[in-house]
Write a protein that binds this ligand. Structure first.
Ligand code: RB5
Length: 144
C-alpha cells in the first residue's frame, strides 16, 4: 500500500520516525514534507497530500502538526478527504471503524512516538463498519 505523509515543523521528527517504521513494515511511503524544524505553514503540505489522496496517487494519508487541528481543518476543505484526528489507540480504531478516515491526523506535541505508532496500527488494521456509518458519511459532502 502507498501512504502519503506530511507534517509541519512541530511534527517533523515524528514523521521521520514513522517513515522509517512504515517502510520496515513494507509500506511505500511518499513524503510531502516538511523536512526541517524551521517554522512553516501546515497548509503548504496538507493541500498537496489531500490532492494526492483525492487523485489516487496514494491510497491513504497521515498528517502531523502540533495539535493536529491545523492539518485536520485544512485537509477537510477537500471534498474527497475525511481527515480524522486521533490521540489514542482507541480513537485510531474508531476513526476508521466509524468515520472511514482516509487521512489520519495526529497531535505530535501531545502524544508519544510509541502512541503515534499504536494509533497508525489501529487505523490501518481496523475495518470500516459501514451500515449506519456509511449513511452518515454519505451526508458529509457539501454540493453547491
Ligand atoms: C505550530 O506552532 C502549531 O501552530 C501547529 O503545529 C499546529 O498545532 C496548528 O494547528
Amino acid at each position: 500500500m502507498k501512504i502519503g505523509i506530511c507534517s509541519d515543523h512541530a511534527g517533523v521528527a515524528y514523521k521521520a520516525e514513522l517513515i522509517g517504521w512504515l517502510g520496515e513494515k513494507g509500506f511505500e511511503v511518499v513524503n510531502f514534507g516538511t523536512d526541517t524544524e524551521e517554522s512553516m505553514d501546515y497548509s503548504d503540505v496538507a493541500h498537496p497530500l489531500a490532492e494526492a489522496v483525492e487523485k489516487g496517487e496514494v491510497e491513504k494519508g497521515i498528517a502531523l502538526c502540533g495539535t493536529g487541528n491545523g492539518m485536520a481543518i485544512t485537509l477537510n476543505k477537500h471534498q474527497g478527504i475525511r481527515a480524522g484526528l486521533a490521540w489514542s489507540r482507541e480513537i485510531g480504531e474508531l476513526v476508521k471503524a466509524h468515520n472511514n478516515a482516509n487521512v489520519l491526523v495526529m497531535p505530535a506535541r501531545f502524544i508519544s512516538p510509541d502512541t503515534a505508532k499504536e494509533i497508525v496500527d489501529a487505523w490501518l488494521e481496523t475495518a470500516f463498519e459501514g451500515g449506519r456509518h456509511q449513511r452518515r458519511i454519505d451526508k458529509i459532502p457539501v454540493c453547491r
